[in-house]
Design a binder for this molecule. Structure first.
Ligand code: GLV
Length: 325
């Protein structure tokens, strides 16, 4: 029997690479950097499975290039807005993602950003490095007290949103949430569900945890940003497209918003140069899930999904096209 042909678009973690090397698959593994579009389309030709990441656009052209053998596309990410799932469905190709294994790492990073913004860690670091003379003083670099009552508004109370809520509760924060599937007035996991406008208008920190869908594209825009308190912070570890970046920059510039922490960008990996010039932002390069064990788990789950589909079993974490409402 001939081996199954697998294209792995990016170098995975060392543990996952060991697993791959131990398999009997006929492997073609890419580099640390993403493949060019032409490389992607040529490498996937005639394969049975593709392991991809959020940097690869998987669409009709990709499936045309792959041909009829392709059975499964395994995304090494929980978000799958890079994949045309309906097109995959039409072609009978299974799509999988990596939910569940990255909730804690993503929530940890979210909390790092919340604390950084509130207690001005990055700003203070820049200040010390500037070698500006300083002496301790009661008014120096005073930030927002997070413990003991600051309100955190979570937009999207899925697995990651809930993991953020648990951390916030440990800091005695007052936690409220909006979820498109939640019922305002309801109470879930010790969190009060509110309409979006109330979450925005009353929270000291708003943290975004919704997937990028047509319905969440630019969920935070000039109008919704204007509903936030001028002394509030926005944290985005979801997807860049959830926030209208130009409207955010305007709000940060004019003092309509106190600050923002951004892990995901609209034009990723390009970062709007106007953001780089702002002092009231903390920027990280889409690393919210970048914990060592977490990245292993994500890669290994993607490989398990491939293994199962190619051996005729149901994948562990298939993506359902109907969630793309
Ligand atoms: C990372 O952004 C992911 O979706 O897993």
């Amino acid at each position: 029997m001939t081996s199954k042909r697998i294209y792995v678009a990016r170098l995975l973690t060392e543990r996952a690479m060991d697993t791959l090397r131990g398999s009997d698959w006929d492997l073609d593994v890419g580099d640390e950097a993403p493949p060019s579009r032409d490389q992607l389309l040529s490498k996937v030709r005639g394969t049975d499975a593709a392991v991809v990441t959020l940097t690869e656009r998987i669409d009709a052209q990709f499936f045309d290039a792959a041909g009829p053998c392709l059975k499964v596309v395994a995304n090494v990410a929980v978000g799958y807005d890079n994949i045309d799932v309906e097109e995959a469905d039409r072609r009978g190709v299974t799509v999988t993602n990596t939910p569940g294994v990255l909730d804690d790492a993503t929530a940890d990073h979210t909390f790092a950003l919340i604390l950084d913004l509130a207690r001005r860690v990055t700003e203070a670091d820049r200040f010390v490095r500037s070698q500006t003379p300083w002496v301790w003083g009661p008014r120096m670099l005073v930030g927002l007290d997070i413990s003991g009552g600051a309100r955190l508004g979570i937009v999207g109370l899925g697995r990651i949103g809930r993991a953020v809520a648990r951390r916030a509760k440990a800091f005695s924060m007052d936690v409220v949430a909006y979820d498109p599937h939640g019922v305002p007035g309801d109470f879930q996991d010790d969190v009060s569900m509110l309409p979006l406008h109330e979450v925005l208008a009353t929270s000291d920190v708003v943290s975004l945890h919704v997937p990028l869908l047509p319905s969440t594209h630019h969920l935070m825009n000039a109008e919704t940003l204007a509903k936030m308190k001028p002394d509030a912070y926005l944290v985005n570890v979801a997807r860049g497209g959830v926030v209208d970046e130009s409207a955010l920059i305007q709000a940060l510039r004019t003092g309509a918003l106190r600050g923002a922490a951004i892990d995901t960008f609209e034009g990723e990996p390009q970062v709007n140069p106007e953001l780089l010039g702002l002092d009231n932002v903390v920027l990280t390069p889409h690393i919210a899930s970048a914990g060592d064990r977490t990245r292993d788990r994500m890669c290994l789950l993607a490989l398990e999904n491939v293994e199962r589909v190619l051996s005729g079993q149901a994948p562990v974490t298939p993506v359902a096209p109907r969630v793309l409402a």
